[in-house]
Design a protein around this ligand. Structure first.
Ligand code: TXA
Ligand code: MG
Length: 365
């Protein structure tokens, strides 16, 4: 059986095509509401191997299992704390991944040898149709090469992983950044290990009556402690292995979700002139810039007039949900542009922006 199904580019593959490939041990790109995933059936070791190989993903980075029915949770996880039911009722299908103790039905390859599994029910009609028709759930990491920006359109997947891959068309992703991951193994607390558009406050509101506290895995995620935005920005060391029962989560790496080009986070447009001097030193006087900013300001106008360099500004939305939806598309565009570097005007350091800031800090890391 062929690894991939070769289809003429003008012919969009169907869910039936995808099922045939997945159930015979192949891989398929699938849309979800967060980002596109690279799927393989959890009972097809050859498919799972291909996922790691195609992504260049190290084997010690576990995969998220995607299910099409909340009742499947009991087959793949055990010792489920009582509050998990509340989270599922409220947020599934949706951009919330739960880490729970796994059963024998989930292989060690999927969980990188850990006894816990990350699991979610995505909220996308095509993904749900596929999952409901398949005999087994799928693993689906984001459909990009390891460490690169996640895809939010079918075109991004084909560009990143090759035209031979079968990728289902599902339009542009509505959420635009990866799911919130909650470590839900402990009955007395819920821990956010990867922030997402379901925020701490949303989880707190839902779990208030059951008196289960919610916290971030690390303070760095909460505070996004980056002081000097004219330099490369690093997020705090998260020391994954010291806390939370040695969870292995590449989302916790310092550098992740990165564009190919170097990305600078800028605290305010007023610091642009300063940054330009630094950029000229680092990249030469012809340094080209792709700037994700909040509007075309006086500072930008002056700069525009004074400069001969390649300079593109991308006006980003001022609301976090719209910003998240557009972010990866803008980073893909910036990578394809003639710019040497990407500059991002930093969003406000408020709780609504935690997930977006997390991705930006890691992209700059
Ligand atoms: O929105 C999403 O979650 C997307 C879409 C495609 O569903 N998927 C996604 O997968 O972002 P991936 O592989 O790019 O990121 C999965 C994250 C990683 O940080 C991984 O380490 C963590 O989930 N993870 C998976 N299994 C885990 C486990 N057993 N314990 C701790 N972390 C786990
Ligand atoms: Mg990923």
């Amino acid at each position: 059986m062929d690894k991939y199904l070769h289809t003429p580019t003008n012919l969009k593959p169907t869910v039936a095509n995808a099922i045939q490939i997945l159930e015979s041990g192949g891989v398929v790109g699938i849309p979800t509401e967060t980002v596109y995933g690279l799927a393989a059936c959890i009972d097809q070791p050859a498919g799972i191997d291909q996922v790691f190989a195609l992504k260049n993903r190290p084997k010690d980075h576990p995969l998220i299992v995607h299910i099409g029915d909340p009742n499947a949770l009991k087959k793949y996880t055990q010792e489920i704390p009582h509050y998990v039911e509340i989270l599922i009722q409220k947020f599934w299908p949706g951009p919330l991944t739960l880490i729970l103790k796994k059963t024998e039905a989930v292989s060690d390859v999927i969980t990188a040898g850990q006894d816990s599994v990350a699991i979610r029910m995505p909220n996308h009609p095509i993904a749900l149709e596929l999952l409901k028709k398949l005999k087994a759930p799928v693993v689906a990491p984001s459909a990009n090469k390891f460490m690169q920006v996640s895809p939010t359109s079918r075109a991004h997947v084909l560009e990143g992983l090759g035209e031979d891959l079968l990728v289902l068309e599902g339009g542009e992703c509505e959420v635009g950044i990866e799911s919130t991951i909650v470590d839900a193994r402990n009955p007395t607390e819920a821990v956010i290990v990867r922030p997402g558009m379901i925020g701490l406050e949303d989880l707190v509101a839902v779990l208030k009556d059951s008196r289960v506290p919610v916290r971030y895995f690390s303070e760095a995620q909460e505070n996004q402690d980056h002081q000097d935005y004219t330099k490369d920005v690093h997020s705090g060391d998260l020391q994954a292995s010291e806390k939370s029962n040695a969870l292995k989560a590449p989302g916790l790496c310092k550098k992740h979700y990165s564009p190919v080009k170097k990305l600078y986070l800028l605290k305010s447009k007023k610091l642009l002139a300063e940054l330009l001097i630094q950029l000229a030193k680092e990249h030469g006087p012809d340094v080209g810039m792709y700037f994700l900013s909040f509007g075309f300001s006086e500072e930008l106008f002056e700069l525009y007039q004074a400069m001969d360099n390649y300079f593109v500004t991308h006006d980003m939305p001022t609301m976090p949900a719209q910003y998240a939806q557009e972010l990866y598309g803008a980073l893909h565009e910036a990578d394809e542009s003639h710019a040497t570097v990407i500059i991002v005007e930093c969003p406000p350091k408020t709780k609504e922006w935690v997930a977006v800031l997390d991705r930006l800090v890691k992209a700059a890391g």
